[in-house]
Design a protein around this ligand. Sequence first.
Ligand code: ADP
Length: 243
Amino acid sequence: MVEVTNIEKSFGRLQVLKGINTQIEKGKIVAVLGPNGSGKTTLIKCILGLVIPDKGKIFVNGRDIKNDFNYRNDIGYLPQIARFPENLNVTELFEMIRDLRKSEGNSEELVSIFGITDFLNKPLRSLSGGTRQKVNVILSLMFNPLLYIFDEPTVGLDPISRVRFKEWVKKEKSLGKTALLVTHLLSEVDELSDELIFLLEGKIYYKGTPGELKESQKENTLEKAIARLLEAGGGQRQELVES
Ligand code: ADP
């Protein structure tokens, strides 16, 4: 579904991505992990065409994304920080995005699932952080895309909404959809992801299933396994890196 070949990206003197190679298979949920500043958001922005890599190629659903913006219609993106036109109300925002995407979407069911019916006529500037995040989540889910890209999707959501979000994502996976999930919440990774990619200093430090990672580090939690993986450092690095 997504193929990333030898992607490099620098901002000024800072090289943020140092040759990323990976494939994300259709129907899989892949978690992207790594410390702050390791390049997670830059990588997903490259896949979205919001950041142009200095080197390398990206294919989404078999199409080279360079000079082709239509592939974005197949993506539901949930940014970490949503910036909305603050004077619009929620219904107007949904309307605007429908117009932009030239697609109806199904906000109705999602509005009911996330319990924001009472906020539909409220201006976005008046919404609490949690309600804004629900709007953000609904926008990423409502157009029935082939590929989801979630950047810290459940931050700020209440427990019921977290559960409902995860249920929706699991249902979509069962329908063959693909998702990339950037998150700090390892319980979410354990629950949702088929595979994880751990970025460190702009490179893929580890790629495998959560189970494989735990097994290889002889730990029973992802948290401990990742800590051990990082402690192992340079010595094991070569065998852990997928090139
Ligand atoms: P992560 O998502 O893993 O926290 P990012 O991809 O956001 O990491 O950032 C990686 C590094 O790139 C950081 O040091 C960040 O400051 C820098 N960076 C990201 N975007 C830009 C930009 N547009 N201009 C300059 N530096 C940037």
